[in-house]
Ligand binder design. Structure first.
Ligand code: VGL
Ligand code: ZN
Length: 197
């Protein structure tokens, strides 16, 4: 059954950026480009009934311990103000929708709700929770990339913060850095109370 929307639901469109969603991107998530049509379908549905739509972007400085070049986990990706960091050109854009930039200070920005210093482990909140509370949001639908990284982290934070959570499976794809990461992420999200559709 299709996901439903209402004014107390927010659609979180996670990191549909060239580096993840374009085959020439630096950290291409397999099938990421194929998920965009499904993401757009959700955006249109959410828009029709006045649900809140929030776009997130991974937005890194050139040097950060998030990148393998500085001892981290990931190839260089989503460096702020580059093509790779732009939202994919095929993504349906809603004017005036809030945008959340994460990782801007060199932190890991996996969850749309929080960032984490990879060296000290210190966590800090993004503006997302405040935006959702201001609008009386009680439920979030999460789509975008990558299912086993930023979608996963966002879903777990949303559940922890007390939001009802749904993930739309055809509108996300795992990066599967280790085989099975995508499936493990699905299990953890389900265990946290999120519903997959
Ligand atoms: C992401 C790996 C590194 C994501 C961000 O958006 O899922 N993945 N940084
Ligand atoms: Zn990143």
């Amino acid at each position: 059954m299709a996901t439903t929307y209402d004014p107390r639901t927010a659609l979180l469109v996670v990191d549909v950026q060239h580096d993840f969603a374009h085959p020439e991107g630096n950290l291409y998530v397999p099938g990421g480009d194929e998920a965009i049509a499904a993401v757009n379908r959700e955006i249109v549905r959410a828009r029709e009934v006045g649900a809140t739509i929030v776009y997130t972007q991974d937005w890194h400085p050139q040097r950060t311990p998030h990148f393998t070049t500085d001892g981290g986990t990931w190839p260089v990706h989503c460096v702020r103000d580059t093509w790779g960091a732009q939202l994919h050109e095929a993504l349906e854009m809603i004017e005036d929708a809030p945008r959340i930039y994460k990782g801007t200070g060199g932190e890991d920005g996996y969850s749309a709700f929080s960032v984490r210093d990879p060296e000290t482990g210190a966590e800090d909140a993004t503006e997302l929770e405040r935006i959702l509370r201001e609008r009386d949001i009680e439920r979030v639908v999460v789509v975008g990339l990558a299912q086993d990284v930023c979608v996963h982290a966002t879903v777990l934070d949303a559940a922890r913060l007390g939001f009802a959570v749904e993930v739309v499976l055809d509108a996300t794809r795992p990066v599967d850095l280790q085989p099975g990461d995508g499936d493990r992420a699905l299990e953890e999200m389900a265990a946290a109370g999120a519903h997959a559709r």
